[in-house]
Design a protein around this ligand. Structure first.
Ligand SMILES: C[C@](O)(CO)[C@H](O)COP(=O)(O)OP(=O)(O)OC[C@H]1O[C@@H](n2ccc(N)nc2=O)[C@H](O)[C@@H]1O
Ligand SMILES: Nc1ncnc2c1ncn2[C@@H]1O[C@H](COP(=O)(O)OP(=O)(O)OP(=O)(O)O)[C@@H](O)[C@H]1O
Length: 285
């Protein structure tokens, strides 16, 4: 925001796009319990919204269809991100979070909110984003980027992925939350194969999906134990080029070649499961 906009109380805002793990290989475990990952992460064009306006104090206002699913206090990742950036100096800002994404859903809602807050407040307060943001959550570093990334380590090692062909996702969540630690704890094997050293480049969504089908989300089987509806979600996406779970679930995605195919599939799933969260959104980047 410019100094003039700030003095006029004009909001600057940003979308906190959903994070989708197209692959998620668990390749090991550190001595502190955190798991080593190898994941192809994309952002989907659906997200929460965050706006910042000047204020003397740090304030958070939350609304939106999933507003009640996120804590409205210091535990909120938006507030935690603001405090990390502020580093105890007591700067103020009024943050308005419109929560469109289900929480604890495997699409990094809280992490995307934290990353968007870091971008907005870094401009608002004129401060650089600090290096230690992974303290906010393993998914926060990847959520600072809107382009596809290969994510390794416990989430802090990021490499831009080769350019992906245009494609669309249908995201569905049975409105059942899956706690990430519980899903990890149910893993049967922790030292699984990574993705290939070099990620191939694809010119069509069909070829991309065929390759993705040879990769995995190792958290899918443990997540089905925690939220059995994940299996029903995957079955409902059988017309997709590929159907898989994102993150630690319970959100599943179907990959489609075109907007029209994705929107038709989303309408069909929403019609059959009126209690589910169902959206069609493009893969960004
Ligand atoms: C599963 C993923 O969604 C894949 O993108 C993320 O790795 C999870 O990221 P996140 O929710 O930001 O994770 P955090 O809030 O840092 O950690 C929540 C819990 O998940 C487990 N966790 C998380 C990340 C990781 N690499 N190994 C883990 O074992 C730990 O039990 C941790 O206590
Ligand atoms: N802004 C926020 N939005 C959603 N949840 C938040 C937020 N701030 C804190 N939380 C807390 O974080 C927990 C995890 O929510 P989040 O939506 O980030 O999970 P997730 O989608 O499973 O994340 P990931 O894919 O990174 O594992 C929730 O149970 C909630 O209590």
């Amino acid at each position: 925001m410019t100094a003039k906009a700030a003095s006029l109380g004009v909001a600057s805002n940003r979308s906190a796009w959903a994070k989708v793990n197209l692959t998620l290989h668990v390749t090991g475990q550190r001595s502190d319990g955190y798991h080593l990952l190898d994941s192809l992460v994309v952002r989907a064009g659906v997200g929460d919204q965050i706006a910042v306006t000047p204020s003397d104090q740090l304030e958070l206002f939350i609304d939106g269809p999933y507003g009640s699913a996120a804590p409205n206090d210091d535990r909120n990742l938006v507030v935690r991100a603001a405090r990390l950036l502020d580093a105890g100096a007591g700067r103020g800002a009024r943050l308005h979070l419109t929560k469109n994404l289900p929480a604890a859903a495997g699409i990094g809602g809280g992490s995307a909110d934290a990353a968007a807050t870091l971008h907005l407040l870094s401009a608002h307060w004129g401060l650089p984003v600090p290096d230690d943001i992974a303290r906010l959550g393993a998914d926060v570093p990847v959520c600072l980027s809107d382009i596809p990334q290969r994510m390794q380590g416990i989430g802090e090692v990021l490499t831009p992925a080769p350019k992906l062909p245009p494609c669309w996702l249908v995201l569905i969540n049975p409105n059942k939350s899956a706690a990430t630690p519980e899903v990890f704890s149910r893993l049967e094997a922790r030292a699984n194969a990574p993705m290939p050293k070099e990620l191939p480049e694809f010119t069509s969504a069909t070829a991309f999906a065929a390759w993705l089908a040879t990769q995995r989300n190792d958290l899918e089987a443990p997540a089905v134990q925690v939220v059995p509806e994940v299996a029903t979600c995957l079955q409902s996406l059988q017309d997709a080029l590929l159907a898989r779970m994102s993150g630690s679930g319970a959100t599943c995605f179907g990959l489609y070649e075109t907007q029209a195919f994705a929107q038709r599939a989303a309408a069909r799933v929403a019609d059959k499961h009126p209690g589910w969260w169902v959206v069609a959104a493009p893969v960004l980047g």
